[in-house]
Design a protein. Sequence first.
Length: 45
Amino acid sequence: MRGADEASGSLFRYVDLEARILAGHPLRTIRQVVNEARQPGCCVR
C-alpha cells in the first residue's frame, strides 16, 4: 500500500560544534565563564 521503501538519506546530521564556532566568537568566552561557575565550590556563600 505504501509503495517501495526507499532510503532517502539520513534523518539526523551530527556536526562537531567545536569545528563550527570560530575561535574568536563570544560563545567561547561565555562557555569558559559558565564552565568555571559550574565547578564544585565555586560561588559558594
